[in-house]
Design a protein around this ligand. Structure first.
Ligand code: TXA
Ligand code: MG
Length: 343
């Protein structure tokens, strides 16, 4: 299949909307990462997303809307049945990098939700994404536009690297502002639970929503990530509640290792490891984002894709402090590293 390159111009967005309405697949920019969009209410279209990504079909997708009124038809009982905190979150934080999980309505195919009776919904802030959803005149199911397991794409050329020839079109938009995926918040229980951390941190969300927001225990998959269970963790059964969390993710071709410690220790350890690698004829690189989680989020996926293109064998990454936004970026880095951390 030939993958059409589209611009962010009005005519091309109209064409992209038409492709989605007809059941096709279009990759598009959002403020977090590029999404691979399909009509969320069209079972066939959604199935072809799993195929294009080589994604296991029990991994549910996020459904993107442009207007709050679209929530009504997607959720069980409609907007009137949603918890107050969800309405506050929607009013304060949408459009933006926040996904909320609700009970789904019968209109949403199980193919979209990976067989679950819940649905994840997000209203993106990116102007192109919103124009596309309006042009398609339907909610758009969109996982990140990468082959399953690869780093998420934050530029249109990253999308083409994985998806050229596998999807109908790519909107050649700008580089993503944020660079890691949205915070996923489960709103189906008594209080909200973070299933996937993002740039809206637990601390920020707790304040913004005036609610006690906890991390799902599955986020502590590496066991080095613990905070006091009394402060922050929702349960201790360690079963992934967000099915996406159980798969290996974000992996570059190179071996990736996180290095934890102060600046001096980091310098010493990385120069040792680099000389060792180079003496074996390997190419090694260091990624150090200092104490800047926003910078790390913005650059990390793009950087590891670039180092792969340049043929690096080993990537050493300076670990961030695991709090606030740093906790969220470390979630991605730990997965990329397959949890390999050196002190
Ligand atoms: O920022 C984002 O959220 C990006 C852009 C494109 O919007 N999308 C994205 O989609 O990251 P994806 O498919 O790569 O990740 C979806 C995540 C997975 O971890 C999945 O398990 C979780 O959301 N999820 C989706 N529906 C869910 C549900 N009903 N219950 C629990 N988790 C759900
Ligand atoms: Mg993804």
């Amino acid at each position: 299949m030939e993958t059409i390159r589209l611009t962010t111009g009005k005519g091309d967005i109209g064409r992209a909307g038409e492709i989605i309405r007809r059941g096709g697949l279009v990759a598009f920019p959002t403020e977090t990462v590029y999404g691979l969009g399909a009509n969320a209410l069209d079972e066939e279209a959604v199935r072809s997303v799993y195929k294009a990504k080589d994604r296991p079909s029990d991994n549910p997708m996020i459904v993107h809307i442009a207007d709050l009124s679209a929530l009504d038809a997607l959720t069980e009982g409609g907007m009137g049945s949603l918890p107050q905190t969800a309405l506050v979150a929607a009013a304060r934080l949408w459009p933006g990098p926040l996904t909320m999980v609700f009970r789904k309505s019968a209109a949403v195919p199980f193919a979209t939700t990976g067989g679950l009776d819940t649905i994840a919904v997000r209203m993106p802030a990116n102007g192109t994404a919103r124009s596309l959803i309006r042009a398609a005149a339907t909610p758009i199911a969109a996982p990140s536009a990468n082959i399953s397991g690869r780093p998420s794409p934050t530029t249109a050329s990253d999308v083409l690297e994985d998806m050229d020839g596998r999807i109908d079109a790519v909107i050649m938009g700008e580089r993503c502002d944020i660079g890691i995926e949205s915070t996923v918040l489960d709103m189906t229980g008594a209080s909200p639970i973070i299933l996937r951390p993002g740039m809206y941190s637990r601390e920020y969300l707790s304040k913004a929503l005036a609610a006690d927001i906890r991390y799902d225990s599955s986020l502590f998959f590496d066991n080095g990530n613990q905070v006091d269970p009394a402060d922050g963790v929702s349960n201790t059964d360690f079963k992934p509640r967000s099915p996406g969390m159980k798969y290996r993710h974000y992996a570059p071709k190179a071996e990736l290792i996180l290095v934890e410690g102060d600046s001096d220790g980091f310098e010493r350890k990385t120069s040792d490891l680099i000389s060792q690698a180079e003496s074996r004829g390997k190419k090694a690189a260091v990624l150090d984002y200092g104490d800047r989680p926003e910078l790390a989020a913005h650059d990390f996926f793009a950087d590891i894709r670039e180092l792969d293109r340049q043929g690096y064998d080993l990537i050493l990454v300076k670990a961030l402090e695991r709090k606030g936004q740093g906790f969220s970026v470390m979630n991605r880095m730990l997965k990329s590293a397959g949890c390999r951390v050196i002190k």
